[in-house]
Design a protein around this ligand. Structure first.
Ligand SMILES: *[C@@H]1O[C@H](CO)[C@@H](O)[C@H](O)[C@H]1NC(C)=O
Ligand SMILES: *[C@@H]1O[C@H](CO)[C@@H](O)[C@H](O)[C@H]1NC(C)=O
Ligand SMILES: *[C@@H]1O[C@H](CO)[C@@H](O)[C@H](O)[C@H]1NC(C)=O
Length: 350
């Protein structure tokens, strides 16, 4: 793990993660993509003013959704105001934006996190053999009919919502197998490798997402798979896989429970587990597991996600973007994640 530690030092400057409540407006986001200007609004006050004054024009979203958005924003204004102090105390910043509403209630979407790739992948539903590939986020958001997505057919169905694309390969749970992971070359849809993940397949990974038995993830250190293991009281187990051969590099038993979990992601070798309720509520990170044992759950506050619709069926961290790509009850959303060093004194900006 010497190599791993030095990699971590090079690539993982931050030790803690804050996910709090902040909202971006979709139209401002789209505009910012066109302008190439960051729309980062650092002050909550400014944001509230913005939300209160702006009557959004949302070209690609039906009016019904726009209205729903407004209602939810209005509701959240109060919450934002209440949360404000906590956020300032903690020096936290983060955001949510809704990118699109497409496909099934359950599904996953994400970018290929490898260097230089902007491609976006869309896997709707809990089982299928077809995924959609978009050249970039803008294309995905616009849903252009002149440049439609490329449909890629897989040799075998996937199962659940735990897939990733990494360096142009899709890694996924092959349907009708307890624990087989396939690596498929998306250029021609051929299986280039496969493995059986020891111990996986007997329990769903997350108590609130019963169709996913293996949740793949990519962070700064590489490819991971998360599963729940009945031999460890149903706790989550994380396994580092070699992205080329799918060989198991190492496995860690965490103290994070599967019960009431809806998803998880890794940042720099630390697992962040997101919990919710069966009825849908306020998602919150309530358990951490750091493979290097430098961050502990009990030292980190509970981190709440902005309350939006009901629940997340998938969450993907993108190491370069420092964003989470989430599927929230049929909505495709992005959370901005701000990370900072443990030893850094939180400074209020603006
Ligand atoms: C950060 O916020 C949490 C609530 O989200 C609170 O419990 C905690 O005390 C805050 N930490 C600091 C240092 O203010
Ligand atoms: C499979 O996915 C494709 C592309 O998203 C979609 O058009 C099709 O309806 C899906 N099939 C099923 C059975 O869900
Ligand atoms: C699929 O594409 C990859 C990369 O382009 C190539 O190396 C591989 O040989 C191809 N496999 C088949 C069966 O065509």
């Amino acid at each position: 793990t010497l190599k791993e530690n030095s990699e971590r030092l090079n690539r993982c400057e931050q030790n803690t993660v804050d996910v709090t409540q902040k909202i971006y407006d979709l139209s401002s986001e789209v505009r910012s993509q066109v302008d190439g200007v960051s729309v980062r609004v650092d002050r909550v006050e400014r944001e509230l003013e913005y939300l209160e004054n702006k009557i959004p024009s949302l070209p690609n979203i039906e009016m019904e959704q726009a209205l729903l958005e407004q209602e939810i924003k209005a509701e959240e204004l109060d919450q934002l105001k209440k949360k404000d102090r906590i956020k300032l105390d903690n020096g936290t910043q983060s955001s949510l934006k809704i990118v699109k509403r497409e496909g099934d209630t359950y599904g996953s979407w994400f970018k290929d996190p490898s260097e230089g790739s902007a491609k976006v992948y869309f896997l709707s539903g809990l089982r299928n053999n077809t995924l959609l590939e978009y050249v970039n986020l803008k294309r995905f958001t616009e849903g252009s009919t002149t440049r439609p997505a490329k449909a890629i057919e897989l040799p075998f169905d996937w199962q659940g919502t735990g897939h990733v694309v990494y360096n142009g390969f899709l890694y996924y749970h092959k349907a009708d197998t307890p624990n087989q992971i396939l690596k498929v070359d998306l250029v021609n849809g051929t299986v280039v490798d496969s493995t059986l993940l020891p111990g996986a397949g007997r329990l769903p990974v997350y108590g609130l997402n019963l169709n996913t038995y293996m949740d793949l993830a990519v962070d700064e250190l590489g490819l991971w798979v998360i599963h729940a293991d009945p031999d460890y009281g149903g706790n989550l187990v994380i396994t580092k896989l070699d992205k080329w051969t799918l060989a198991v590099e190492y496995t860690w038993d965490t103290l994070c429970k599967s019960r009431d979990a809806e998803g998880a992601f890794l940042i720099c070798g630390t697992l962040y587990v997101v919990y919710n309720t069966r009825y849908g509520g306020r998602s919150a990170i309530q358990c951490l597991y750091d493979i290097h044992d430098t961050i502990h759950s009990n030292e980190s506050p509970v981190l709440f996600f902005p309350k939006r619709y009901t629940s997340h069926s998938s969450l993907y961290y993108h190491p370069k973007d420092k964003q989470l790509y989430a599927w929230d009850d049929g909505y495709q959303t992005i959370y901005k994640v701000e990370t900072r060093r443990n030893d850094q004194v939180p400074v209020e900006s603006g």
